[in-house]
Write a protein that binds this ligand. Structure first.
Ligand code: HEM
Length: 527
């Protein structure tokens, strides 16, 4: 029996009806009932009122009405792709994670690149930090490395994150500017937070206007731990090094590109991957021990500091290749949920106070954004290794426990008894802790300028000019003179020439006094 071919006919009002048949599937309601007419509501007479009885109409409109979910509170605009991570140099000597043991082994990956401040519909080539979030579906569970394209961050303690983000996004009375650091609230906050100075310098550099996602570095930012078979810990900083090298646009190009094509970075990734031009990054690690940490003039737990690559070279251990676009943007890129807390045996946290706050924040926000506690059941978030637990119920439960047991220990034999603990399960590194409960930042976090200065000095003259121009452009949009002056007072600790050029560009006179520094710059630290 061959089904009748699909046909097209015109309805009484001139509307087009396309009928299923042959290869063309039948349209159904969500309950699976075939639809006879998708062009006209059910009415009491052709000119009469619509009938409540029309379940097809009501279901279709109801579903449409509920299409939107909250956008991410930060990093709302992003673009993702599938690929794999391949190990090229075993780390088995320092890390027991399966992903780092066997050279040549491939681990499926999903990566989402993003801007931070702009809303979901904002432009791609704005001056902003870029998110570089990697989900690795390892054999031991999902490991998320939720990084950025800049190796340091604006704040040292997660309790300041809501303030920082409020100040960076639209001002609440006027709801603008979108996706711009050029406004009073942003500069007010960062100039009142000297710890932001280093990251602000990166944000005013060419790093913040990348040519495309394919030409960006990525950084895990925090110091993490690798744990070996014997339970020993090695500190680690993670890096992604783009095979194509690092490239940025200049500000004039950025402005034109945003006007001509706000989707510039999305289109670039789509076109390169769909044409077989797969972007690639090397994974690099900086490994160091307590002895190095103690000798380092900055605190390795301070996320506003990096470890200079001259001091601890980056060891390249693998490659990340992106070779497939999602089938559906919403299902995958929008619903993907990265979380710093998703680690596997062999990878552990440190006491970086920003990292510890992040470990709470992501799961919390995703429970709201993705409608309840079961978003790990969405295919893009589910592990690709076997997973079993007794978590049950809640909205959209797809993997409730099978059989009688939904607790343990229990007396039931298998298969009813369900999953049990494992001797190879995740064990936290038994870091010794002691201390009084205080709300106090470590003094070792107090030098806010030395690395900012190192960063500025390490730029080429052309790059330094771009930074000066960026400071002048962005600060010239700030209406409050005191905020401009306060920012220049920090730049005086970074580089006098930079501060003077910015002050001149802003028409600032007299020159403000240098900000009261908690710690003076460590002289003689050459990049
Ligand atoms: C989202 C990176 C600090 C809270 C993201 C994303 C990235 C990222 C890449 C986008 C993930 C995606 O593509 O879906 C970073 C980095 C940080 C940092 C590198 C500092 C080193 C923080 C802190 C907090 C925070 C301190 C809160 C205490 C969030 C939240 C989201 C987010 C709530 C939205 C997550 C979602 O809705 O799925 N972050 N972030 N981040 N970040 Fe961070």
């Amino acid at each position: 029996h061959t089904p009748a071919p699909s046909t097209t006919h015109v309805g009484a009002g001139g509307e087009t009806h396309q009928t299923a048949g042959g290869e063309t599937p039948v349209m159904t309601t969500q309950q699976g009932v075939a639809v006879s007419d998708d062009q006209n509501t059910l009415r009491a007479g052709a000119n009469g009122p619509a009938l409540l009885e029309d379940f097809h109409f009501r279901e279709k409109i109801f579903h449409f009405d509920h299409e939107r979910i909250p956008e991410r509170v930060v990093h709302a605009r992003g673009y993702g792709a599938h690929g794999y991570f391949e190990l090229t140099d075993s780390l088995a000597d320092v890390c027991k994670a399966d992903i780092f043991r066997n050279v040549g082994e491939r681990t499926p990956a999903f990566v989402r690149f993003s801007t931070v401040a702009g809303n979901k519909g904002s432009a791609d080539v704005v001056r902003d930090v870029r998110g570089f979030a990697v989900k690795l579906y390892t054999k031991q569970g999902n490991w998320d490395l939720v990084g950025n394209n800049i190796p340091v961050f604006f704040i040292q303690d997660a309790i300041k994150f809501p303030d920082f983000v409020h100040a960076a996004k639209q001002e609440p009375d006027r709801d603008f500017p979108q996706a711009q650091t050029a406004h009073d609230n942003f500069w007010d906050f960062v100039s009142l937070s000297p710890e932001a100075t280093h990251m602000v310098c990166w944000a005013m550099s060419d790093r913040a206007i990348p040519r495309s996602f394919r030409f960006m570095e990525g950084f895990g930012v925090h110091t993490f731990r690798l744990i070996d078979d014997e339970g020993r810990s090695t500190y680690v900083k993670f890096h992604w090094k783009p095979k194509l090298g690092l490239q940025s646009v200049v500000w004039n190009e950025a402005l034109k590109i945003n006007g001509a094509d706000p989707d510039f970075h999305r289109r670039d990734l789509w076109q390169s991957i769909t044409s077989g031009n797969f972007p690639e990054w090397e994974l690099g690690v900086q490994l160091f021990d307590d002895e190095f940490a103690d000798s380092f003039p900055f605190d390795i737990l301070d996320p506003t500091k990096l470890i200079p690559e001259e001091q601890v070279p980056v060891r390249r251990v693998g490659r990340l290749v992106l070779d497939r676009m999602p089938d559906n943007f919403f299902a995958e890129t929008e619903q993907v949920a990265f979380c710093t807390q998703n680690v596997v045996p062999g990878i552990d946290f440190t006491n970086d106070p920003l990292l510890q706050g992040r470990n709470f924040s992501y799961l919390d926000t995703q429970t709201k954004r993705l409608g309840g506690p079961n978003f790990t059941h969405i295919p893009i978030n589910a592990p690709k290794c076997p997973f079993h637990n007794f978590q049950q119920d809640g909205h959209m439960a797809m993997h409730n426990p099978k059989g009688r047991a939904n607790y343990e220990p229990n007396s039931w034999s298998q298969p009813t008894g369900g999953p049990r603990e494992s001797v190879d399960g995740y064990r936290s590194y038994p870091d010794a802790v002691s201390g009084q409960k205080v709300r106090q930042r470590s003094e070792s976090f107090a030098d806010h300028y030395s690395q900012a200065r190192q960063f500025f000095i390490s730029q080429t003259p052309v790059e330094q000019t771009h930074m000066r121009d960026a400071f002048v452009f962005e600060l010239s949009k700030v209406e409050t003179p005191a905020i401009r002056a306060r920012m220049v007072s920090h730049l005086l600790h970074v580089d006098r020439g930079l501060a003077e050029a910015v002050a001149t560009g802003l028409g600032l006179s007299p020159m403000p006094a240098p900000a009261t520094a908690a710690r003076p710059v460590v002289e003689g630290l050459e990049p």
